[in-house]
Design a protein around this ligand. Structure first.
Ligand SMILES: [Ca+2]
Ligand SMILES: [Ca+2]
Ligand SMILES: [Ca+2]
Ligand SMILES: [Ca+2]
Length: 318
């Protein structure tokens, strides 16, 4: 691998690299951007709120893969001027049908109250290079945490589900961008359940950070899988769901619920049967990062908590 020093090395160590200063890296994405058969790596800079910091757009980096590793890409790619504040996901797909990759950049912006959101970005391939086509998107400062592409209506082009699973300052619900085949998109919510009381309504039902389009039943139309925010105790649902594609539309009526993962009792529920087990076998000790998480070893509620300080395990909860 070509050595990564200075600027590039710092990026991967989450170090400040330039002014404006990135203190975060966002949405690492692999794709063959230059069509040479080697996977390339795109990483965007991001800025996370902190003392003395302000919401300033950041550049990213693109490294072209080769037989021995990666090298910086020529600066004809718009990573230097991309200027996103906090991106969550980058879609690299051919949206305009010329067999070259295009980019949709899904961002939520300055990540602190009042969560003002950020304009998502679109870059299209042309015979002579990249075209910034963001102006053709809906002009919205939405609080986008995820996006996913798929041909939802089976007309041969890739459409985009924009997942606004959290309210943000502007309260913009999720939407679908329907492609006209040339990389021009029309916003609609007529084919997704984002109305009051429906599964994509963050106001009443469900907050979610993740979404994917994929065909799960082999009919060539992608289903929409939504992964819920399990920590949002105020959510009515907190369900990971499959929205089955019904001829290009998704609805509450055609919803499947994925099995829930076990959750650990909290300290306030430590008198539950699990926690009053007389056998320390019901416990599993783990690293701080996994405290309070269910064991993945057997799917039962063997909960990670705190490694005891005493030589003999106790069931003290901290
Ligand atoms: Ca490549
Ligand atoms: Ca293209
Ligand atoms: Ca389509
Ligand atoms: Ca399907």
């Amino acid at each position: 691998m070509a050595s990564l020093t200075g600027y590039y090395r710092n990026y991967f160590e989450f170090q400040p690299v330039t002014s404006p200063t990135a203190n975060w890296v966002a949405a690492p994405t692999t794709a063959d951007f230059n069509g040479d058969g080697f996977q390339d790596l795109l990483v965007l800079g991001a800025i996370f709120p902190g003392p003395g910091l302000s919401a300033v757009g950041q550049q990213g980096i693109l490294l072209y893969g080769n037989a021995s590793g990666f090298d910086p890409a020529p600066q004809d790619f718009p990573w230097l001027t991309l200027g996103s504040i906090h991106t969550r996901k980058v879609l690299v797909e051919d949206f305009n049908g010329d067999d070259k990759p295009d980019l949709y950049v899904a961002s939520h912006g300055w990540d602190t109250d009042p969560f003002p959101g950020e304009q998502n970005l679109l870059y299209l391939s042309t015979p002579t290079g990249w075209l910034e086509a963001t102006a053709t998107l809906p002009q919205l400062s939405d609080f986008t945490h995820t996006a996913t592409a798929g041909d939802i209506d089976g007309d041969g082009d890739l459409d985009i589900f924009v997942g606004n699973g959290y309210r943000g300052q502007n309260g913009i619900l999720s939407y679908m961008l329907v492609n006209d085949g040339a990389g021009h998109f029309e916003l609609t919510r007529g084919n997704i359940p984002a109305g009051p009381g429906e599964v994509l309504d963050f106001n009443t039902m469900q907050m979610f950070p993740g979404a994917e389009l994929m065909d799960l039943n082999g009919d060539s139309l992608p289903e929409l899988v939504i992964t819920a925010d399990a920590t949002a105790s105020f959510n009515a649902l907190r369900e990971n769901v499959i929205l089955w594609n019904q001829g290009g539309s998704f609805s509450n009526a055609a919803k499947g619920v994925l099995p829930a993962t076990p959750t650990c009792p909290t300290r306030s529920s430590r008198t539950s049967r699990t926690w009053t087990s007389t056998s320390t076998a019901a416990w599993t000790w783990c690293s701080p990062a996994r405290r309070g998480s269910p064991s993945t070893t057997d799917g039962s509620c063997r909960c990670c908590w705190r490694r005891p300080t005493a030589p003999t395990p106790t069931r003290r909860i901290r």
